[in-house]
Design a protein around this ligand. Structure first.
Ligand code: FES
Length: 109
Protein backbone atom coordinates (compact mmCIF):
# COMPACT_ATOMS: atom_id res chain seq x y z
CA UNK A 1 0.00 0.00 0.00
CA UNK A 2 1.41 3.37 -1.03
CA UNK A 3 0.57 6.60 0.81
CA UNK A 4 0.25 9.84 -1.14
CA UNK A 5 0.28 13.12 0.77
CA UNK A 6 -2.66 15.33 -0.12
CA UNK A 7 -2.49 18.39 2.14
CA UNK A 8 -2.60 19.52 5.74
CA UNK A 9 -5.89 18.99 7.55
CA UNK A 10 -6.19 22.75 8.01
CA UNK A 11 -5.92 23.42 4.27
CA UNK A 12 -9.38 22.05 3.40
CA UNK A 13 -12.54 23.45 4.96
CA UNK A 14 -15.71 21.33 5.16
CA UNK A 15 -17.32 21.31 1.70
CA UNK A 16 -14.03 21.90 -0.09
CA UNK A 17 -12.15 19.51 -2.38
CA UNK A 18 -8.73 19.14 -3.90
CA UNK A 19 -7.66 17.23 -7.03
CA UNK A 20 -4.57 15.03 -6.78
CA UNK A 21 -2.90 13.73 -9.92
CA UNK A 22 -0.04 11.72 -8.40
CA UNK A 23 -1.29 8.20 -9.08
CA UNK A 24 -2.62 6.12 -11.94
CA UNK A 25 -5.77 8.26 -12.06
CA UNK A 26 -6.67 11.72 -10.71
CA UNK A 27 -8.31 11.57 -7.31
CA UNK A 28 -10.68 14.05 -5.68
CA UNK A 29 -10.29 14.45 -1.92
CA UNK A 30 -13.23 16.02 -0.11
CA UNK A 31 -13.65 17.26 3.43
CA UNK A 32 -17.09 16.59 4.87
CA UNK A 33 -18.29 17.45 8.35
CA UNK A 34 -17.15 14.07 9.68
CA UNK A 35 -13.80 13.75 7.92
CA UNK A 36 -11.97 13.33 4.65
CA UNK A 37 -12.95 11.08 1.72
CA UNK A 38 -11.28 10.24 -1.58
CA UNK A 39 -12.89 9.14 -4.83
CA UNK A 40 -11.84 8.94 -8.44
CA UNK A 41 -11.94 12.47 -9.81
CA UNK A 42 -13.42 11.48 -13.16
CA UNK A 43 -17.20 11.43 -13.44
CA UNK A 44 -18.28 8.07 -14.85
CA UNK A 45 -20.55 9.78 -17.39
CA UNK A 46 -18.03 11.85 -19.37
CA UNK A 47 -14.87 12.17 -17.25
CA UNK A 48 -15.43 15.68 -15.88
CA UNK A 49 -13.51 16.57 -12.70
CA UNK A 50 -15.68 15.96 -9.65
CA UNK A 51 -13.36 18.03 -7.45
CA UNK A 52 -14.81 21.05 -9.25
CA UNK A 53 -18.38 20.06 -8.40
CA UNK A 54 -20.75 21.42 -5.78
CA UNK A 55 -20.66 19.58 -2.45
CA UNK A 56 -23.78 19.07 -0.34
CA UNK A 57 -22.55 18.68 3.23
CA UNK A 58 -25.90 17.40 4.53
CA UNK A 59 -26.33 14.68 1.90
CA UNK A 60 -22.56 14.04 1.55
CA UNK A 61 -22.81 14.26 -2.24
CA UNK A 62 -21.01 16.01 -5.06
CA UNK A 63 -22.77 17.23 -8.18
CA UNK A 64 -20.82 16.87 -11.42
CA UNK A 65 -20.29 20.36 -12.83
CA UNK A 66 -20.93 19.27 -16.44
CA UNK A 67 -24.29 17.47 -16.56
CA UNK A 68 -25.30 17.34 -12.91
CA UNK A 69 -24.90 13.68 -11.95
CA UNK A 70 -24.80 13.13 -8.19
CA UNK A 71 -22.29 10.90 -6.39
CA UNK A 72 -22.17 9.82 -2.77
CA UNK A 73 -18.76 11.03 -1.62
CA UNK A 74 -18.46 8.37 1.10
CA UNK A 75 -19.36 5.33 -1.02
CA UNK A 76 -18.75 6.50 -4.59
CA UNK A 77 -22.27 5.43 -5.54
CA UNK A 78 -23.91 7.17 -8.50
CA UNK A 79 -27.13 8.68 -7.18
CA UNK A 80 -28.50 10.56 -10.16
CA UNK A 81 -28.53 10.53 -13.95
CA UNK A 82 -26.84 10.76 -16.32
CA UNK A 83 -24.13 8.79 -14.48
CA UNK A 84 -25.06 5.21 -13.56
CA UNK A 85 -21.70 3.68 -12.59
CA UNK A 86 -20.00 4.40 -9.26
CA UNK A 87 -16.63 6.09 -8.88
CA UNK A 88 -13.81 4.25 -7.12
CA UNK A 89 -13.13 5.10 -3.49
CA UNK A 90 -9.75 5.27 -1.75
CA UNK A 91 -8.85 4.96 1.93
CA UNK A 92 -7.83 8.19 3.64
CA UNK A 93 -5.54 8.42 6.67
CA UNK A 94 -4.75 11.41 8.87
CA UNK A 95 -1.21 11.31 10.24
CA UNK A 96 0.23 14.13 12.33
CA UNK A 97 -2.21 16.68 10.96
CA UNK A 98 -1.71 15.69 7.32
CA UNK A 99 -4.09 13.97 4.92
CA UNK A 100 -2.93 10.92 2.96
CA UNK A 101 -4.64 8.65 0.48
CA UNK A 102 -3.67 5.01 0.19
CA UNK A 103 -3.33 3.18 -3.11
CA UNK A 104 -2.51 -0.40 -4.00
CA UNK A 105 0.27 0.60 -6.35
CA UNK A 106 1.47 3.85 -7.80
CA UNK A 107 3.51 4.36 -10.95
CA UNK A 108 4.80 7.90 -10.65
CA UNK A 109 6.91 8.90 -13.49
S1 FES B 1 -19.71 14.45 -17.19
FE1 FES B 1 -20.52 14.23 -15.20
S2 FES B 1 -22.66 14.14 -15.53
FE2 FES B 1 -21.82 14.26 -17.51
Amino acid sequence: MTKIKVCKVTELAPGAAIRIAAGPEPIAVFRLNDGFYAISDACTHAQTSLAAGDVDLEDCTVECPYHGALFDIRSGRAMGAPASRPVRTYPVKIIDGEVFIEMESVDIG
